[in-house]
Design a protein. Structure first.
Length: 188
């Protein structure tokens, strides 16, 4: 299960490695010593080297874009969960009905509202880093909505991970991942 930025990065690197391994296997596929063994396997006997190579190429063709989509989606869920946990912690002692209603509306906006607005609350972290994360967000949106037209910018998975990780490390948020909440220490 992908529940953290680290899990998403591990998924991306695993799929990428498997696709490259498959391309290498395709180069060996038709050797007599391998073909004999594969011929006895019900699932592999009809697979050709060209099939392997083409399927791996298909995976690799879209993998980087899809990885950015997954990486940013996990990042967004993490930021939303951490922000909501912080609101819960900060507002735990409130009892006034009007304030509780406002907190409920705030939490709904955190869960379901535009993510750019959630990030805007952390704007003091630095415009450059926020803009770099927004570039990843825009690229993710371009991928998620069918990659129509040219992207505003091109974001590679390694750059996305680095930017998103820096953003998460700079935020002073309650650490909430995989359903567990713990306090993240942060220098003053």
């Amino acid at each position: 299960m992908i529940g953290s930025l680290e899990d998403a990065e591990r998924w991306y690197r695993s799929v990428r490695s498997l696709a490259h391994y498959t391309q290498r296997l395709a180069k060996l596929w038709d050797r007599d010593e391998i073909a004999g063994v594969l011929g006895r396997d019900n699932r592999l006997r009809d697979v050709t080297a060209a099939d392997l190579h083409d399927k791996a190429a298909t995976v690799l063709e879209d993998l980087d874009d899809l990885a950015v989509l997954v990486l940013f989606s996990v990042f967004e869920a993490t930021v939303r969960a951490r922000t909501e946990a912080d609101v819960d912690r900060e507002m735990a002692d409130l009892q006034h009905p009007a304030v509780l209603a406002a907190v409920k509306a705030l939490k709904d906006a955190i869960r379901n509202g535009g993510f750019a607005k959630v990030m805007a609350a952390y704007g003091a972290m630095g415009n450059d880093l926020t803009e770099q994360v927004n570039q990843v967000r825009k690229f993710r949106n371009w991928v998620a909505h069918g990659r129509r037209g040219a992207p505003e910018n091109n974001v590679e998975p390694d750059h996305a991970v680095e930017r998103l990780r820096r953003y998460l490390n700079l935020t002073r948020l309650t650490k909430v991942e995989m359903g567990r909440a713990t306090r993240q220490s942060s220098p003053e």
